[in-house]
Design a protein around this ligand. Structure first.
Ligand code: AMP
Ligand code: GLY
Length: 423
């Protein structure tokens, strides 16, 4: 079959890498892809912010299956549109994707279905923010309602700061339309966990859990990013916790969406805080995580195409995925200045040596290819990923591979999975 992957990041490189291992796949396209993806798929120019552009691409390719990476095309209704045109597409409809595209919708949904989450208030004006703040103790988490590419969450140290930030969001100056409604939230502490499942609208198949590292600096310091690294290991949660998350989070979400008339098909990413009071939902994403997908897919032993088809056809089952008991770690190498402004076009060296290392796969995020060389073209540039029997060896493998790779201004976190290694 011909498969089309939409997107251009490290997650999409990992999806292409995994999907093309399926004996069912004869040809794989990526729209628009990146320098590294171009070595494994045919890249087709496309604008993921435009449904017209994506429809034009699919019309040329006539894919037998489309897998959508980022949230934006899902918000635009790419699944609704492609399905209407008879192209089999994996992911939630525009209505179901609201779990990610509106934080207010997600919070009210969680409350309606009694799924554990932080206390919150939804506010449409600064007056509402000021009166809601009486019910919060600092620090207060201020979130833009809409999509903000990881920049929509501010942890305010005082109520004054919370009101100022909320005011800037509400005015539209800070994040445009995405911030014209805000959610105030109680600040939670604990370890974060990314728990992803695939659903067919009714049943679910869980993936192995992973942990992302969102802050730019070691020891979780500095501003939030799209994710600086992630790992997955069998010990990350035990079977009891997995069952709890299935029973108390994933299944109630899927059942709730069905009951409300917006059947949820595709990947449901539950972003959790493992607090002293138990797991609480921080957010939902309606897609695979980036960079979690890179190490998760390195542990997947079953055919991803089969599981995706099961979701589309409404026959998902608990055992759709088979996993290696190995661990996998992805360390992101980013451009100097990221997550702030950065320069692109830096030559990347050492990729050939890294590729020869045992258990290592370098997924490209922001790269372009020119005359046989690779150059940086984005904030997150590479996801250097390694798999090994035990977590310490996987961590060592990823960092050893990094020492062979270089580009001007490159930076990366030195402590991916460090907390898990201590335990
Ligand atoms: P979100 O997009 O809602 O997942 O928020 C982005 C990041 O902000 C999360 O991954 C957490 O690191 C942090 N965050 C969000 N909500 C809270 C909260 N209620 N308490 C503490 N940290 C939070
Ligand atoms: N790694 C976080 C995300 O994909 O949103």
């Amino acid at each position: 079959m011909k498969v089309l992957v939409i997107g251009s990041g490290g997650r999409e490189h990992a999806l292409v890498w995994k999907l093309r291992q399926s004996p069912r796949v004869s040809k794989i396209y990526c729209a628009p892809g990146n320098g590294g993806i171009a070595e494994e798929a045919e890249c087709v120019a496309a604008d993921v912010k435009s449904l017209d552009s994506l429809t034009t691409v699919a019309n040329q390719i006539q894919p037998d299956l489309t897998v959508v990476g980022p949230e934006l095309p899902l918000m635009l209704g790419v699944v609704d549109e492609f399905t209407r045109r008879g192209w089999r597409t994996f992911g939630p409809t525009r209505a179901a994707a609201q779990l990610e595209t509106s934080k207010g919708f997600a919070k009210e949904f969680l409350q309606r279905h009694r799924i554990p989450t932080a206390h919150y208030a939804i506010c449409n004006s600064l007056d509402e923010v000021r009166s809601a703040l009486h019910h919060f103790h600092p620090p207060v988490v201020v979130k833009a309602d809409g999509l903000a590419a990881g920049k929509g969450v501010v942890i305010a140290k005082s109520k004054e700061e919370a009101a100022t930030v909320a005011g800037e969001m509400l005015s539209g100056k800070m994040l445009g339309e995405a911030g014209t409604r805000v959610v105030l939230e109680e600040f939670l502490t604990g370890d974060e966990l990314s728990f992803l499942v695939v659903s067919d609208g009714e049943r679910i198949a869980p993936l192995v859990a992973a942990q992302d590292h969102k802050r730019v600096g070691d020891g979780d310091t500095g501003p939030n990013t799209g994710g600086m690294g992630a790992y997955t290991t069998p010990a990350i949660i035990d079977d009891q916790m997995r069952d709890w998350l299935v029973t108390h989070v994933a299944r109630p979400v899927v059942a709730g969406m069905k009951a409300e008339g917006a059947e949820y098909k595709g990947v449901l990413y539950c972003g959790l805080m493992m607090t002293a009071r138990g797991p609480m939902v921080l957010e939902f994403n309606c897609r695979f995580g980036d960079p979690e997908t890179q190490p998760i897919l390195m542990r997947m032993e079953s055919d991803l195409v089969e599981a995706i088809e099961a979701s589309i056809d409404g026959r998902t089952s608990d055992g759709d995925f088979k996993w290696s008991t190995d661990s996998a770690v992805c360390v992101v190498m980013a451009s100097g200045g990221y997550p702030g402004s950065y320069e692109a076009g830096k030559k990347i060296i050492g990729l050939e040596e890294a590729a020869k290392m045992d258990g290592v796969k370098v997924f490209h995020a922001g790269t372009s290819r020119r005359d046989g060389s690779f150059y940086t073209s984005g904030g997150r540039v590479l996801g250097v990923t390694a798999r090994a029997a035990e977590l310490p060896q996987a961590v060592q493998g990823a960092y050893r591979a990094i020492t062979t790779i270089g580009f001007e201004g490159a930076h990366y976190r030195k402590d991916i999975a460090a907390r898990a290694l201590k335990r």
